[in-house]
Design a protein around this ligand. Structure first.
Ligand code: PFF
Length: 472
């Protein structure tokens, strides 16, 4: 009979840094800034902040408390709470399984850019068509993806304390220093083209001042939903990851305090990323440079670094090093979730399970890479987004479609079947106080499920459908 050995983080700091490592990723550095630029600057910031402290807090608390109380990973946790709800574990498991395939591909892109700057070829990356010709190539994206995946697998293979926690303890402070350094540098930028002068501080104003132009009620709902789905992705909630990390937290850790720190860290890094990117892009290309999607990080920013002259190579190198740190710690959390769940189900050891998951992830990621050449297509998603490829489709299914559905079901289950008290008891374990318990109760039972339903309907394209009926 195999003995169940439970891994754990050594203390609360170890947990906070590992969980923040999962939360801080390309979502913060790449997606958050363009959402701010597209959704009214400071207006989006205010909405986001309020939603993090209410919805984000509720979903994060739920996941981590479920993990710690059941001492199980998502696949088993829901079933352990109530045997009729075991199915929710399986749906939840699907999300990291899908995200793993494309997150490694993006990790490969980031690695490629880092190497480009390291070898002093940053100005090539600023050329038109560089990104496109790289991702559509048959071999290079696969090679860089494999390098990134190997690094991820190595950390996961080393285990929770010696791999994930140790790595996060080194890398997270480094990431923080790099992002502060680049953000401050961004504010000092200044470009003049004869009559016009654009400065980093003007860019900061674009970032911070709420822009209410064209904000109708329906546009405001759009902004709200953008912020909401960003919060899921950014906090890594509703995908089993925080359940797994929660199961590694010792009973004497004050969960309320630790979760507050994770929320703060994740939001602050996203805020700093905006402060680093928006003024820089504004100074060199105006707000038009703030394209959504891969364009921002892999096309606009290299142009900005190039325009900075020789110092741009160093800034670009620091930037992509920071993005590698962020992406790696996030990918580690996804892979750990897959490995830990499967270890429980198949009763294999970590080494064997890591190997199997690595091979499967590599196969999935190769297919995603092929989405830019062999399997190239362009589709319009139910949300109305046109010209999307395989990576976007998998991202849509996992983040826009499954995650709100999982959150909705989790809220119904925890709020109405198990009751909020079940979570509150865990938050107050070892005599700690749970200061936001009133807020938690209202959020989990009433507000969050309604919002999740709206988000789900919007993502499934129901609103667009209704609009088109009325339009006709
Ligand atoms: N939270 C990470 C980010 O903001 O980039 C992304 C992420 C990590 C998504 C882990 C999903 C995940 F399972």
């Amino acid at each position: 009979m195999e003995k169940k050995k439970k891994s754990s983080f050594s203390n609360s700091l170890g947990f906070v840094l590992a969980a923040a490592g999962s939360a801080v990723g390309v979502g913060n550095i790449w997606r958050f800034p363009y959402l701010v630029a597209q959704d009214g600057g400071g207006l989006f910031l205010i909405v986001y902040l309020i939603l993090v402290m209410t919805f984000g807090f509720t979903l994060l608390t739920t996941d981590v408390a479920i993990g710690r109380r059941t001492h199980e990973h998502a696949l088993r946790a829901f079933g352990a709470m109530d045997k009729h709800w075991g199915f929710l574990g399986w749906i939840t498991f699907l999300v990291p399984a899908m995200i793993m395939t494309y997150y490694t591909v993006i990790g490969g892109w980031v690695t490629k850019y880092f190497v480009t700057y390291l070898t002093g070829s940053g100005s090539q990356a600023a050329q038109d068509g560089y990104f496109n010709s790289f991702i559509t190539a048959p071999v290079a994206p696969v090679v860089f993806m494999l390098i990134f995946l190997a690094a991820t697998a190595f950390i996961v293979y080393r285990g929770v304390e010696k791999g994930i926690e140790k790595f996060s303890r080194i890398v997270m402070p480094g990431l923080f220093l790099l992002i502060i350094g680049i953000a401050v540098f961004s504010l000092t930028l200044r470009v003049s083209d004869g009559e016009n002068v654009r400065t980093g501080l003007q860019g900061l104003a674009v970032y911070l001042i709420p822009n209410m132009e064209g904000v109708t009620p329906s546009r405001f709902l759009g902004i709200l939903l953008d912020a909401m789905s960003q919060i899921f992705f950014s906090l890594s909630v509703s995908m089993g990851i925080m359940i797994t990390y929660g199961s590694y937290v010792k009973k004497d850790v004050d969960l309320g305090k630790s979760l507050g720190r994770i929320e703060f860290f994740d939001t602050f890094v996203a805020f700093l990323a905006g402060m680093m990117i928006i003024p820089a892009v504004y100074v060199f290309s105006g707000t038009e440079g703030m394209s959504a999607g891969p364009g921002l990080m892999f096309v606009s920013l290299p142009k900005v670094f190039d325009a900075m002259g020789p110092v741009g190579t160093i800034v670009g190198l620091a930037f992509f090093l920071m993005v590698i740190f962020a992406t790696l710690t996030s990918c580690v959390s996804i892979m750990e979730t897959l490995v830990a769940n499967c270890m429980e189900v198949f009763r294999w050891d970590r080494k064997k399970m890591c190997l199997v998951i690595t091979v499967l992830a590599a196969v999935g990621a190769v297919v995603i890479c092929m989405g830019y050449n062999v399997f190239y297509f362009e589709v319009t998603l139910p949300t109305g987004k046109a010209g999307q490829q395989l990576l976007d489709v998998v991202d849509y299914i996992s983040n826009s479609f499954l995650m709100p559905a999982i959150s909705l079901l989790t809220c119904i289950f925890v709020g109405w079947v198990m009751k909020p008290k079940w979570i509150i008891e865990e938050m107050e374990a070892s005599g700690h106080t749970f200061t936001r318990k009133g807020l938690y109760t209202v959020m989990i039972r009433y507000v969050t499920p309604v919002m999740m339903l709206i988000l789900f309907l919007q993502s499934a394209g129901v609103f667009n459908l209704v609009k088109s009926w009325f339009g006709k």
